[in-house]
Design a protein around this ligand. Structure first.
Ligand SMILES: [Zn+2]
Length: 234
């Protein structure tokens, strides 16, 4: 027997997976939410058009029906009609990055942007069963990036997407385990290394660390990377 899904079950599943301060943009609705508490969300942005305005009301009712609180007191309306899809995408990315700069430490309010983001620790949180709309169950790897507050030492786990948003694209090019740093290379960099006959400095990654057998986070899989040993042995 397959379990039956309803909009209520689906939304509960999405919300429970959303990390604190994590951003949620339900597909195509023109709405951007941020999780602000155990069972609360804030609507931070809405496209300035009737479709998004109607979706906002439907979402509010749906969220209330599963006992989540929704704060709509400070919504940034953005005009999207006159923009090309590309400009729209650019504007959305800017908005998201700006919003990310405001995320506070859950304990002391220090902006997450002031954390030592390059020291973020990729952490495998196990697999989670996801109920698909067709009733089937799929196992999905859960990853978080843990960053530490420089003021109060609180460890804050972040959604990888949110981490990239906050720390910038460059941090998503490398991965530091306890013993090795992997850095993804661009095509010109690969060409340079091969031309200099230094191909023993690079590898192509799969799912596991070729040296220690540990699981690699998804963003460093399937890439040409330079590797560098860290720690005691030099
Ligand atoms: Zn703090």
């Amino acid at each position: 027997m397959e379990e039956q899904t309803t909009p209520e079950i689906e939304i509960k599943q999405i919300l429970e997976r959303l990390r604190m301060n994590g951003m949620w943009e339900p597909g195509g609705l023109g709405l951007t939410y941020v999780r602000t508490g155990e069972k609360s969300l804030q609507l931070i942005q809405q496209h300035n058009n009737p479709t998004a305005a109607q979706a906002r009301i439907r979402m509010r009712l749906l969220l209330q029906s599963v006992d989540w609180e929704i704060d709509e007191s400070e919504v940034n309306l953005i005009d999207v009609q006159q923009l090309s899809p590309q400009e729209q995408h650019m504007q959305e990315m800017m908005m998201r990055q700006q919003a990310a700069q405001q995320w506070p430490c859950p304990s002391c309010e220090t902006p997450l942007a002031a954390f030592p983001l390059e020291d973020g620790k990729w952490t495998f949180d196990g697999q989670e069963e996801m109920l698909l709309p067709n009733g089937e169950i799929e196992k999905v790897e859960q990853w978080s990036v843990v960053i530490d507050c420089p003021v109060c030492d609180t460890s804050v786990p972040m959604e990888p997407y949110d981490y990239g948003l906050l720390a910038g694209d460059d941090v998503m090019l490398s991965y530091k385990s306890d013993k090795v740093i992997f850095t993804a290379l661009s095509r010109p960099e690969i060409i340079g290394i091969i031309d200099e006959k230094k191909s023993d400095e690079i590898i192509v990654t799969g799912t596991f660390c070729p040296f220690y057998g540990t699981l690699l986070p998804p963003h460093v899989r399937g890439a040409v990377v330079r590797f560098e040993a860290i720690g005691e042995e030099e």
